[in-house]
Design a binder for this molecule. Structure first.
Ligand code: PYC
Length: 317
């Protein structure tokens, strides 16, 4: 029986499964190269540890790998029920809180190599001395708007969205006309999925052909500057305000002149959790920093029994 230790946390309601050992040999390359090896040669590892029955569609995996960049202390590869993420904001907050819980790091700033660049995570001291630190600020990769107000036909009407990068690709829409609430999840999911299909059919992609695989539907709220429903690539919605999605939003606000460096933006998720974000502008690059909290919730060992007919995970897409 193979055993893989795991630690589960959630960040604003969105879960992260940290795996630090028991994974395939990915070589000693950059984190992007290790991701390629994982994707090409060992994708079953992802479905084993993350998909049902051991995991579920909402879970994001964080695989802690050695960084190649000598300025980094950590390397990480994020994955979900259908593939791999470039970066993950809630996942990085969860990663730091989990490592703090395990006693592997103490408050301070750490450089983390991800497949899409280096991010810096600051673990803030715990407010209650006896508990583990769980508040984290993530200085993300430079974020930007690629396309502004793309018109898309859905259900016989036209909606508009910006296409932006925040470590993953997002379509950000405001004029959807739907209520962003937990009571409306089915309609939000169905609509966002059809929006994604419609702009993909139009040939809207990232410059390298990557699908714009996250959809954000925004609404106003009394509790924050904005509320959003974020649909992830595998059709699960993000319970957190989505760190990379908030970064994409901050990049668009900055491009529109609606956010100035240092100004705090509070982004609320559909479940009510909040990330605080702000940007710095350096050499023309917009660099978002996202702050949130994570809580550890389960630890143990995943058991891999070769006789298990569903041991490699149930893939729904
Ligand atoms: O927080 O960046 C994020 C994220 C991406 C997908 C799910 N969460």
């Amino acid at each position: 029986m193979k055993r893989i230790p795991f630690l589960d946390s959630h960040t604003g309601g969105e879960p992260t499964r940290l795996i630090s050992e028991g994974y395939p040999d990915l070589g000693r390359g950059t984190v992007a190269e290790q991701l390629n090896r994982l994707k090409t040669d060992f994708d079953t590892f992802r479905t084993q540890v993350l998909c049902e029955p051991r995991g579920n569609d909402v879970l994001v995996g964080a695989l802690l790998v050695p960084p190649a960049d000598p300025t980094c202390q950590l390397g990480v590869i994020y994955f979900n029920n259908v593939g791999y993420l470039g970066m993950c904001g809630h996942g990085t907050i969860g990663l730091m809180a989990s490592l703090a819980y395990q006693g592997k790091i103490s408050p301070g700033t750490y450089r983390i190599e991800t497949p899409v660049g280096v991010v810096e995570a600051t673990l803030h001291p715990a407010e209650i001395e006896s508990s583990y630190p769980n508040r984290v600020s993530v200085r993300n990769v430079p974020s930007y708007r690629l396309l502004e107000q793309v018109a898309v036909q859905v259900d016989g009407r036209t909606i508009h969205g910006d296409v932006a990068w925040g470590g993953n690709w997002f379509f950000l829409c405001h004029d959807h006309g739907l209520e962003v609430s937990l009571q409306n999840l089915e309609q939000l999911t169905d609509f966002a999925w059809r929006v994604r299909a419609a702009y993909t059919e139009m040939g809207i992609t990232a410059p390298d052909g990557h699908e714009i695989d996250h959809v954000e539907l925004f609404a106003s709220t009394a509790k924050a500057d904005s509320q959003s429903f974020v649909l992830c690539p595998g059709k699960a919605y993000d319970r957190s305000p989505c760190g990379t999605g908030t970064s994409a939003k901050l990049a668009c606000l900055t491009a529109d002149g609606r956010l100035v460096p240092g100004q705090v933006w509070r982004q609320q998720s559909v479940v009510g959790s909040i990330f605080e974000g702000q940007v710095q502008v350096q050499d023309g690059d917009v660099i978002p920093t996202i702050t949130g909290e994570a809580w550890v919730m389960a630890e143990g060992q995943l058991l891999m029994d070769e006789r298990d007919p569903f041991g490699n995970g149930i893939q729904t897409q």
